[in-house]
Design a protein around this ligand. Sequence first.
Ligand code: AMP
Ligand code: GLY
Length: 409
Amino acid sequence: MIGSGAREHALVRALQRDAEVFAAPGNAGIGIDAPVIPVDATDGAAVADLASELAVDLVVIGPEAPLVAGVADVVRDRGIACFGPSAQAARLEGSKAFAKEIMAAAGVPTARPVVATTVVQAEAALDELGSPYVVKDDGLAAGKGVVVTNVRGEALAHAEACIEAGSSVVIEEYLDGPEVSLFAVTDGINVVPLQPAQDFKRVGEGDTGPNTGGMGAYSPLDWAPAGLVDDVMRTVLQPTVDEMRRRGTPFAGLLYAGLALTSKGVRVVEFNARFGDPETQVVLARLESSLSELLLAAATGQLADSPPPEWSGDAAVTVVIAAEGYPQAPVTGGVITGVADADLLDRVDVLHAGTRVDGDQVVASGGRVLSVVGRGASLAEARVRAYAGVELIDLPGSHFRSDIAASGE
Ligand code: AMP
Ligand code: GLY
């Protein structure tokens, strides 16, 4: 398992149900559950060397940066099965302009985009599409490259910053309606959807403040229309996978569709080329069948013969504990206490994100520090458990949203 966030911690725990797992580089919490080995996750040769040394059957790549850097290509070139798309295919996440091109070719519904490379073009696009303005850095930005605002000056300032930083900027139509994250596992031909989840991207209560990597999530979505997954399979996931294969750059791995359920129907907000964080924490909490077999089947082109995933009827909620100053300027080094007590609670899992061991203490080493997962027969019950876990944990200056899954929407 390559990576070091709470998503990877959730993947490690799910894979360990029936497999022996090594994690690299991991974090303080992953290190309690599995052997962790330091590695530069974006160095393909280093990852492939490590996989050979350990003689693993499968490498699972968690984050987007190694995928975009081609780590999966290097691992596969050494003859080792790898769950994660090639660098070419990961452009679905790595370039928003490329993703829009694929969607146009595949007839996948999405917000109408205008790509601008100069400030003059950006101004024209803002005026053409109107308010609310949606302005996106074309490259990878860890969920923080997007500004949605009614204020033209703010929209233009972000567009200028992206252009000055050397990137092009995508300005697009605003999508109304609730958002849904749907993950699908694919071997490049066959597509197997997982369960829908919703995440909370804004830092503040009531969806206020700047966008973050994600402050919490829940699954299932009882309010989602019946047939949503089938609809998205037919109109989004299968056509996208087919188009990527048609171009000679098959997408094999995890295709994450960020969707808006607008008044005009389902639209794609974005694609990601890997499991979402924190949605993975709640989706895997509900998975009853083998994750390792599913990912191995996808990595080896055998999904057609693989049994469909089985799901628990339970609900799961995760609440992210973030360091002081996150997302603008996270303060690292704070001492974390109470994790073991929270993890001992019934149907509560504390997953580590930005943590590291410092002497005999665990300290914060990143913006999102912990992801506390609660399970229960209902969403309300899962929510109570997750927050009971959060209450036992202390990190000075830290913050979390108290409204995750509060309205069930
Ligand atoms: P992205 O990085 O593309 O996922 O964008 C991050 C967040 O910005 C999304 O989850 C949405 O909440 C918001 N967003 C992105 N694109 C749009 C859009 N076209 N209309 C409304 N909100 C958007
Ligand atoms: N939860 C949003 C993401 O993983 O990009």
